[in-house]
Design a protein around this ligand. Structure first.
Ligand code: ADP
Ligand code: MG
Length: 257
């Protein structure tokens, strides 16, 4: 089946007229009909949503539905087949992957990339940029990272590595932070500490965030907006509180295990 209009790339003047007719403040992030994947495999099949300035979004869905692919697409790490991505009102999809951090995106990948042979402190300072997030503020947010600052990256526990990965991303002064399953596989005490830190970041008003999580209820409690995906498509786009209150719907969309 061919739908002619949907196959057309989004024209820039189309976007201008949309902005004029909707609101005066541009959303922080806006995706329109994003089709993306790896090489010729299309994983995302028409993803559209907006993230408001200063907001936080829980990105939910079962394993393999395309959550990490969506995050990777924001960072330019996948192949965009169709659609557009705008960040702070400007096209992001044309920005090369290696420039997206400088454009204001912070990425904490599911794999928790850190430098194993550098000290914790060096991990934080090696690529730091000047801004609101200083070493002092990072240590305030993650006291364990301060305690471990002279250890090597590979001497940290899984939870400490996750804290360091988030801290590293913050040192690049992102305006939008992308956290891909930050709580996965961590001990309850670490989950609790990370949850507090993420909540503090989300409520600081200094950055917006997208939180990918398997723990749906926890993620919904920590965010304002929610997006649920299924097989590369958006099946819920609304507020987190509404979805958290509707247990039956949440169960139907993702299952609560
Ligand atoms: N690097 C890759 N190359 C090819 N296919 C991939 C790659 N990464 C993920 N996929 C496929 O894309 C689909 C979505 O994966 P992913 O975005 O990782 O899902 P989620 O994060 O929701 O668990 C899966 O079918 C997965 O096999
Ligand atoms: Mg994933």
């Amino acid at each position: 089946m061919s739908t002619h209009a949907a196959a057309m790339p989004i024209a820039s003047d189309d976007r201008l007229s949309r902005q004029e007719s909707t609101s005066t403040t541009a959303p922080l992030l806006e995706l329109q009909d994003v089709h993306a994947g790896y090489d010729r495999a299309v994983i995302l099949e028409g993803v559209s949503f907006t993230l408001a300035q200063g907001s936080s979004l829980a990105l939910l869905g079962r394993n393999g539905v395309g959550k990490s692919t969506l995050i990777g697409t924001l960072m330019g790490a996948t192949r965009l087949h169709r659609g557009s991505i705008h960040f702070e009102g400007k096209p992001l999809h044309t920005v090369p992957a290696h420039r997206r951090a400088a454009a204001g995106l912070g990425w904490v990948a599911q794999e928790r990339w850190i430098f194993p042979s550098l000290s914790v402190r060096e991990n934080l300072t090696v690529a730091a940029r000047k801004g609101l997030w200083t070493l002092a503020r990072i240590f305030e947010l993650f006291p364990r990272i301060e305690e471990r600052q002279h250890n090597l990256g590979n001497q940290l526990s899984g939870g400490e590595q996750q804290m360091l990965a988030i801290a590293r991303a913050l040192m690049l002064q992102p305006r939008l932070l992308l956290l891909d399953e930050p709580l996965e596989g961590l001990a309850p005490v670490i989950v609790e500490q990370l949850t507090h830190a993420i909540q503090a970041m989300a409520s600081s008003g200094e950055l917006s965030l997208i939180l990918v999580e398997q723990h749906a209820q926890q993620a919904l409690a920590m965010t304002r907006q929610a997006l649920v995906m299924d097989r590369g498509r958006v099946v819920y786009d609304g507020d987190s509180a509404g979805l958290l209150a509707d247990t039956a719907r949440l169960e139907r969309l993702i299952g609560l295990g």
